[in-house]
Design a protein around this ligand. Structure first.
Ligand code: 3HC
Length: 325
């Protein structure tokens, strides 16, 4: 019943019996695999989320790449280069996972380059000083892991398996970011001020990575029912805040939220109001670096044209040779 293949799940095919049986599999924690029957909306939700996630990994290389040529030591430069390469790899695993749902990589690229597809809002903020590289690793990769550890249990097999490998690397990224923050926070007064400046600018955008509040999240309800998402946006954001505030305290840095307070009863932190207008503005394309990021991706795509053409010509020649042999 389930191995009906990709082409059988088209809009309008979703009979109540199939939907019910599908939900039962989800409720039983079975993984859904590429050739299994799935509702069209489940497929589309996954393509949307996985491709946005892949784009985030790829665009996310840019703010850090800004510091490769100015890393303070050779060792820091090597670590940063390795991290940026990891992010490219994450993008590739995720594009591959989305391809198993029938979406072509070319179409996903086109959607990113035309500005149609979204990528994480966080990457539209600039990295202004070296401490930002630390804060990106600590806060941005830290927020990403909080979400991605949960995604290792997402219901779609290829997505879940790719997340397992990605999380291992993200956890190294978070640690190297925190290591930079420790060095800066324990350094000169000027270095500590740079670290504080980085957290002042990146704290709120990092909280926005988890998406709109639960009452405004349009996809969460269905995505959680299908176990594509395992936690709501607000739950993950709260988990991140609870894990990160003590880390900031250890660094001797201040979280830029005057309303942040510890609730003794619930043993959790309560945070101030997020500026949702800023969030909406950034995802609409009006953030400080949206244009710069899109220009960089389009330039890279154009510059790589000859590589794609050469690879395609080589593959064609190989095919021809195989036919002759
Ligand atoms: N930036 C940009 N767009 C965002 C966003 C953000 N921080 N948060 C939400 N959105 C968009 C959604 O994509 C959706 O847009 P769409 O309907 O046009 O597709 C809209 O806002 C409404 O949000 P919802 O809460 O209804 O959307 P989701 O249920 O998809 O939840 C999400 C949003 C929590 C980001 C979810 O998609 C998710 O968990 N995605 C996988 C993780 C991911 O993409 N992480 C990217 C982080 S960066 C990264 O991983 C790189 C690493 O190297 C640091």
């Amino acid at each position: 019943m389930y191995s009906q293949g990709l082409r059988d799940s088209k809009a309008g095919d979703d009979s109540p019996e199939l939907l019910e049986a599908f939900q039962k599999r989800i409720d039983n924690e079975e993984k859904i695999e590429p050739r299994d029957w799935m509702p069209q909306a489940y497929r589309q939700t996954l393509i949307r989320q996985i491709s946005q996630h892949a784009h985030s990994e790829i665009v996310g290389q840019l703010p850090e790449a800004n510091w490769v040529s100015r890393a303070p030591t050779l060792k820091r430069k090597l670590i940063l280069l390795a991290k940026i390469q990891d992010e490219a790899g994450h993008g590739l695993y995720l594009y591959s996972a989305a391809e198993t749902l029938g979406e072509s990589r070319h179409k996903m690229f086109e959607d990113l380059l035309s500005g149609k597809a979204k990528y994480s809002s966080i990457f539209n903020y600039p990295t202004l000083n070296w401490a930002d590289v630390g804060a990106v690793g600590w806060l941005v990769d830290g927020a990403a892991i909080m979400n991605q550890v949960a995604l290792c249990r997402t219901s779609y097999g290829p997505y879940s398996r790719s997340m397992v490998k990605i999380c291992k690397e993200e956890s190294f990224h978070q640690r190297q970011g925190y290591d930079i923050m420790i060095k800066m926070a324990q350094g000169t007064a000027q270095q500590k001020a740079m670290a504080q400046d980085a957290i002042n600018r990146l704290w709120w955008p990092a909280l926005m990575m988890f998406g709109p509040s639960d009452k405004d999240s349009k996809h969460s309800g269905q995505s959680m029912k299908w176990k594509i998402k395992r936690f709501s946006n607000d739950d993950l954001r709260d988990k991140f805040i609870n894990a990160t505030v003590p880390q900031a305290e250890y660094l001797g840095l201040t979280i830029p939220d005057k309303d942040l307070k510890y609730n003794e009863k619930s043993k959790t932190y309560e945070h101030g109001e997020i500026d949702w207008n800023e969030f909406v503005n950034v995802i609409k394309g009006n953030g400080e670096c949206n244009q710069q990021r899109m220009d960089a991706r389009n330039r890279a795509y154009d510059d790589g044209k000859w590589v794609r053409a050469t690879a395609a010509a080589y593959a064609k020649k190989q095919q021809k040779n195989e036919k002759v042999a």
